[in-house]
Write a protein that binds this ligand. Sequence first.
Ligand SMILES: C[S@@+](CC[C@H](N)C(=O)[O-])C[C@H]1O[C@@H](n2cnc3c(N)ncnc32)[C@H](O)[C@@H]1O
Length: 266
Amino acid sequence: MITADSTRRFELRKCLWPTPWGEREALGLFPIAPESDSEGGESQPTVVDFMSNAFLHRVRRGVGGETLIRATGVKESERGGLRVIDATAGLGQDAALLAVAGFRVTMFERDPLLHALLADALRRVQEIEGRRPLALERLGENLRLIGQPTDFVRAQESKSRDEALDSIDLVYLDPMFEDEALHGKAETKRDLSRLRQLHRPSPEESLHVPPVSNRELLAAAQAVASRRVLVKRPLRAPHLVDEPRPHGQVEGKIARFDIYPGRPAR
Ligand SMILES: C[S@@+](CC[C@H](N)C(=O)[O-])C[C@H]1O[C@@H](n2cnc3c(N)ncnc32)[C@H](O)[C@@H]1O
């Protein structure tokens, strides 16, 4: 198992994590060196958690009103048959919302440490099978993670294309936005700041594999989605690329979802 990122800024370690079903063993992302914004003591790990009280409370209020779900433009009764790729899964929170809303979601994540955290979070959901609230039942049934850390664009271009890319209705993109002010709770800020550091490749890595551009990311998503591509942006941020422009958008309080058409019918 991979336990540290290539420049050794973070490592994965097992830790005890609170859940509504008591403490569970979970995989956590720990900083190796003290973090500039840490307030002393051992830093809290970043854990992907689909069973947190905050997430369960959020979905109990109903996911249909979530801006992301509204941006899909799909009625609840039609969602069960639709397949979605979250091409930039990160900590999986948006993918989890889509899965609870009823879509069949496959997550792509290229960073090996985040991929391991996502796999561990799915394992913990499966462990409480039979005692799960409806939201977690749906999540357990609908949410999948691609087997290996995978760059979505490279996978889409590959000759040995993964069958997870076939018959996809929607592709969701939430690439990192560098200038975004970090808002939200302290844990959210900490997790976002770590995500950002992982996302930034070292100069040696950039030489080895050229970074994927936003243009390539959007083109790959449009080549895969038959209905639409959704791109999450901070409310006042520019569009992902200058051209093509989105043909619609749905705004929430802090983010908006730009809507692009999928591929032309074959
Ligand atoms: C802002 S985070 C996504 C947060 C996510 N929406 C959530 O709810 O937690 C962006 C993530 O996309 C991943 N990523 C960016 N480009 C990618 C690509 N081409 N293929 C796979 N993953 C990618 C990054 O490693 C990072 O973890």
